[in-house]
Design a protein around this ligand. Structure first.
Ligand code: IMP
Length: 431
């Protein structure tokens, strides 16, 4: 038995991790977010209502579970309060169900302003405009402010003033943009932080105790492997480690304790929001069909997602750099009725050479062509099937082929948006 599982995306995010974390929370006592910020948009369905979580872990709908925002997560106090209010309006109480690390760094209004100014002025990354990149920059530059700093108001005020002055110079003189007001920022933080500070706990202590007692814990990844700052399609990435390597540093738990089983969540096709390489991207009617059927519009930004066939070259890179133990295949039902389904098994570079590794530089990504294997689609439906034996034969063949090409078994298949539309072939907690 594993007492901890990591659930993370093996593509470019939006693989449907929220639903899977929600599904697996039934077997867990803790759900932990360990990186990223409110750039994430994790969709969970409650009583047919769609709830989108940005910073709060996806286990929040379950009673008796402690949801933890650990030190690797960036917090926008304003956005977190909005999320808490939204949950309350759905009748979900977070009382006793949410703990926050005091070591989380803050996303401040000037981070959002810089993100916006950059996206408006030069080569676009296509960020979520939540200030994530600039906030991580301040952290690494050792001038960032943490939640715990708010507890020492006099020094917090002085450091906030300094950091805002520093960034206003850039905003005004480099981006020709409006400056950020110190007083408004301070008031916003003070008004929002009271509720948040009440939830501060020593989360690594809680988690270490949980591991001592072999209690089940889920570590919930955000975004996806190809958006990892080190392993992804740089510079078209987010600013944190989305891969399993980030679990330990982002939660304060040693790697041997927090990584019992690593469940890689993979969509049955590929999507990406924002700019950057996407060899299997579909531009025509098939892409449009998948986008509509899969409701592929960003949960945080509403932007239409780019859509394409599954890419095993990329997935194999994810398997390698995350130590993936098993897969959860999501949105298989979206492929219902397709005549043919393509799997990208290798790339051809500009010299016509076949390669099975993802390029490491932007220049090398240019002119990459996907090499496909074509499988027949299925006539019956996968939608809402809850027993593996009832899947159409060709759907099983597709699942098996992915397993063969990656060397990793599929433990869970998602066949529709609700929690119940799932086939658990093997439970990652009990293997
Ligand atoms: P940032 O994280 O807002 O800086 O955006 C950097 C890149 O990551 C952009 O291409 C975003 O579209 C992408 N991104 C950030 N968060 C998510 C997510 O939750 N799902 C999918 N893409 C994301």
């Amino acid at each position: 038995m594993n007492n901890s599982i990591v659930i993370l995306g093996v593509q470019w995010g939006d693989e449907g991790k929220g639903k899977i974390v929600d599904l697996m929370t039934k077997y867990s006592k803790y759900v932990v977010r360990y990186h990223g910020g409110d750039n994430a948009g994790h969709t969970v369905i409650l009583n047919r209502k769609k709830i989108i979580l940005h910073t709060i872990p996806s286990g929040i709908l379950h009673e008796g579970v402690l949801n933890i925002i650990a030190n690797g997560v960036m917090i926008s106090v304003k956005s977190l309060i909005k999320e808490l209010t939204c949950l309350q309006s759905h009748g979900i109480s977070v009382k006793n169900g949410l703990a926050i690390s005091e070591s989380c760094f803050l996303i401040l209004p000037h981070h959002v302003a810089i993100d916006r100014a950059r996206e408006a002025s030069k080569g676009k990354i296509g960020t979520t405009l939540r200030g994530i990149g600039p906030a991580y920059e301040d952290k690494v530059a050792r001038r960032g402010l943490k939640l715990s700093d708010i507890l020492h108001m006099t020094s917090f005020e002085a450091r906030l003033k300094e950091i805002i002055d520093f960034h206003n110079f850039q905003l005004i003189h480099y981006y020709h943009s409006s400056s950020i007001g110190y007083q408004e920022t301070l008031e916003e933080i003070i008004s929002c932080s009271e509720v948040i500070l009440e939830m501060i706990e020593d989360v690594s202590e809680i988690l270490n105790r949980a591991h001592d007692n072999f209690e089940p814990v889920i570590y919930e990844g955000a975004q996806g492997t190809m958006l990892d700052i080190d392993q992804g399609t740089y510079p078209y990435v987010t600013s944190s480690n989305t891969t399993s390597g980030g679990v330990s540093s982002g939660s304060g738990i040693g790697p041997k304790r927090c990584m019992g089983h690593i469940l890689g969540v993979m969509k049955a096709y590929s999507t990406r929001v924002g700019s950057g390489p996407f060899p299997t991207e579909l531009h025509g009617s098939i892409g449009e069909l998948l986008r509509k059927r899969g409701m592929e519009y960003g949960s945080t930004t509403g932007r239409p997602r780019r859509v394409g066939w599954i890419d095993v070259v990329m997935i194999n890179k994810s398997v390698q750099c995350n130590s993936i133990s098993s897969f959860c295949l999501t949105k298989l039902d979206v492929l219902d009725g397709m005549e043919r389904i393509k799997i990208c098994t290798s790339y051809r570079d500009r010299e016509g050479k076949e390669i099975d590794k993802i390029p490491s530089s932007l220049e090398a990504w240019k002119d990459i062509e996907p090499v496909y294997e074509i499988l027949p689609g299925w006539k019956g439906k996968v939608y809402k099937i809850r027993d593996y034996r009832f899947l159409p034969e060709e759907a099983i063949r597709y699942v098996r082929r992915i397993e063969e090409l990656t060397g990793v078994s599929v433990y869970i298949i998602s066949t529709g948006p609700s929690r119940e539309d799932s086939i658990i072939i093997k439970n990652p907690f009990y293997c």
